[in-house]
Design a protein around this ligand. Structure first.
Ligand SMILES: [Zn+2]
Length: 699
């Protein structure tokens, strides 16, 4: 599954093994302070608008983020097992405790007689993951057949079949292959071939020349070497092999697009067909690869990065086969060096990816990682139980009502845009009216009956779960598009817009306090969840989403003039965020974060408009205060309080370099500086820090 075009609302934090680089939507927000506690499933006192978090010694017109969040910072020091800890983590941790309760009950050997087949599976998988004694005792034995396969590779002629097998079990070597909607025809699912094969977070980690980046590469080589030694290699060989891995990955990285270039879908759209593509890969038999992968041997395909595949082809031709074996061995060990291999691997994997790259001081407890693992592998089996227990139908209806109100606000706002022509407005409205709203969980649950989960076989289960997903994904090719499919699981504290589906998706796990609550008023709920709904909708019209039409086809519906005006306005935001220095020497990347920044500003504006309508219709007394704040002020405070987040400097650096979302401080202050309505609510002077004298505005 290629979900590159999807923009999750929250950044994804790599806390354990690196998730498939292309799976932007893989949920990975987790952690907490109540570690090890038995699961109290009752909600703590989380509030959408919380006056007790406000620091009155800070002038809201000088630093609204500090004003709104200082109390939360004081109460929530960064736990040692976290690289980042915020409101999203706070709720994700509560959900995690609930999932733990579900999983522990399902894992009991004599489960309740009413236990379903799915509950049996999630229970067995959780128990297998938690069983460190067995995992340690088995050592590398369960992986030996795979190591043997790689050792048996004698010529590059046999590489395609081996690589297909490795891809199916979740080893991300060289490239990624999967299914996706055709960019030109969103009703059709075709095969996609994408760049991949890196062990560092993204390609620029291999090319940057500053001292910190050079050091990180050395630390990476040391990590690869340690993993080889743990796998039984002598010191000298491990040293040499780690250098081989870096050399091959550097070559792949240099031929790959940057993450900023990847944001433009045009750069990733190179339609071909399998036969034509196979003629270009003169040293790699695509026919053998697709036969072994059970992927289509003919038909339309997308060679997402032709330059990358040309380099891959050359690399296969001129790299000694022993070096290719080394590279594959590394990626095999890397793919399983989490909860499926002995603790020495697990610990080393954590040390590099969580500690070195992101600054975490302590590894998360095993139950948290096992809970996340089951969520990733059997997310809809686990999510079905979760949603039934924690997401009542009333919540679904309330979210839907708010989504419709925000969509209405956008409809009206489009009329009032002074820079867009009537012709483009008609198209924009058509697209808006075609947006499908998906709330909570899927209407039709995934069928896991063909996935075999064996208690006590953690590594085998991980492989089979990948094989299941690989086959499920490829089976979509040539079939009608399933618009009901979700890219996030129900307990996820996140949301996304899918431009090829033209739908917004709000998982049940997110639709709760501190983001949304039936116990609080509209001012708070619109400022918080309303702004998120607006954010996701605006993604349909950001620099990336605007290139897709109402059906999800990559086709231009803008007049030339309007396109130019959009770009001029967007440029204001590119410059605004380029100017922000997140950590000394590292600025934000205005182009990389443009889509998210547009969505933040546009989304909050839509939520504000919808809230004003709602307040008027409900005759809200706009001067009446609660805890000393007017309804409008509470709207802005609730917006800011969703972003209270503590972040380690290492994590902040990684985020600034790799993440399409700006750090949370700027998602608050920089966005609000562009909205004069905010300044008005707090009577800020024109010269105040929270007022941008030349505000940027697109939507
Ligand atoms: Zn977003």
């Amino acid at each position: 599954m290629f979900s590159f075009a999807v923009s999750p609302h929250r950044s994804l934090i790599v806390v354990a093994a690196v998730i498939a680089a292309v799976l932007l939507a893989a949920p990975a927000l987790c952690q907490n302070t109540t570690a090890g506690a038995s699961a109290p499933a009752a909600a703590p006192q989380l509030r959408v608008f919380d006056s007790s978090l406000i620091d009155k010694t800070v002038d809201p017109c000088e630093n609204f983020y500090r004003f709104s969040c200082n109390g939360w910072f004081q109460r929530n020091p960064l736990p040692p097992d976290q690289a980042v800890y915020g409101r999203f983590t706070e709720l994700a941790e509560l959900n995690r405790l609930r999932l733990k309760q579900i999983l522990e009950s399902a894992a009991r050997t004599a489960g309740p007689p009413t236990q379903s087949v799915n509950e049996q599976k999630i229970g067995d998988e959780y128990a297998s993951c938690m069983d460190t004694a067995t995992v340690n005792k088995l050592g590398l034995a369960p992986l030996q057949p795979e190591l043997d396969r790689i050792a048996a590779l004698k010529t590059s002629v046999d590489l395609p079949a081996l690589l297909a097998h490795l891809h199916s079990i979740g080893v991300h070597a060289f490239f990624d292959m999967g299914s996706n909607q055709d960019f030109a025809d969103s009703t059709s699912v075709i095969s996609f071939y994408g760049a991949g094969g890196l062990g560092l977070p993204e390609r620029d980690y291999y090319t940057r020349t500053d001292a910190k980046s050079v050091e990180q590469r050395q630390q990476y080589v040391a990590h690869v070497k340690t993993i080889f030694i743990l796998a039984g290699e002598p010191q000298a060989q491990a040293t040499q092999d780690a250098e081989t891995v870096l050399a091959i990955e550097t070559r792949l990285a240099k031929a790959s697009l940057t993450i900023t270039e990847q944001r433009d879908p045009q750069n990733l759209n190179h339609p071909t067909d399998v036969l034509r593509f196979s003629k270009e890969l003169t040293h790699f038999s695509l026919a053998d690869y697709v036969a072994a992968a059970h992927a289509p041997a003919v038909g339309k395909a997308n060679d997402m990065e032709p330059k990358f595949f040309a380099e891959f082809n050359a690399l296969v031709a001129d790299t000694p086969i022993a070096q290719i074996r080394t590279y594959l061995r590394w990626h095999l060990l890397h793919a399983f060096a989490g909860t499926s291999l002995p603790e020495s691997f697990d610990q080393e994997n954590w040390n590099f990816y969580s500690h070195v790259l992101n600054g975490a001081e302590k590894q998360q407890e095993r139950w948290k990682r096992c809970t996340r693992r089951v969520d990733q592998e059997l997310g809809e089996a686990l999510g079905q139980v979760y949603a039934a227990r924690y997401f009542p139908p009333e919540e679904k209806q309330r979210t839907l009502d708010m989504t419709l109100a925000i969509e209405q606000a956008m409809d009206k706002d489009l009329d009032s845009l002074d820079w867009m022509s009537a012709a483009t407005k008609i198209k924009a409205k058509e697209k808006l009216h075609a947006v499908m709203n998906k709330i909570g969980y899927p209407d039709k649950w995934r069928d896991y009956s063909s996935l075999s989960i064996v208690r006590g076989d953690a590594l085998g289960n991980q492989m089979r779960a990948h094989q299941f997903e690989f086959a499920r994904d490829l089976a979509k090719i040539g079939k009608p598009v399933d618009k009901g499919e979700w890219l996030m699981t129900p307990p996820t504290v996140n949301a996304y817009y899918d431009p090829q589906m033209n739908n917004v998706n709000f998982p049940a796990g997110y639709l709760q306090a501190p983001f949304f609550s039936g116990l609080e008023d509209d001012a708070a709920n619109y400022g918080d969840m309303g702004s998120t709904i607006g954010h996701e909708l605006t993604h349909g019209f950001d620099d990336e989403g605007r290139q897709f039409d109402k059906e999800g086809n990559l086709s231009n519906w803008w007049t030339k003039e309007d396109e130019q005006k959009f770009n001029e306005r967007a440029e204001c935001m590119v410059k605004q965020y380029d100017a922000i220095e997140a950590v000394p020497g590292v600025h934000l990347n205005g182009k990389l974060t443009l889509g998210e920044n547009l969505a933040d500003l546009g989304g909050l504006w839509l939520a504000w408009l919808a809230w004003q309508e709602k307040a008027q219709a409900a005759h809200v007394d706009m001067n009446a205060t609660m805890d000393g704040y007017t309804p409008d002020q509470r709207f802005w405070i609730a917006y800011a309080q969703q972003w209270c987040t503590q972040t380690r400097p290492e994590q902040l650096r990684t985020q600034a370099q790799t993440n399409p979302h700006a750090p949370d401080e700027y998602r608050t202050n920089t966005v609000l500086q562009d909205l004069p309505e905010f300044a008005k609510s707090f009577s800020c002077k024109k010269t105040a820090a929270m007022v941008n004298p030349k505000p940027c505005r697109v939507w």
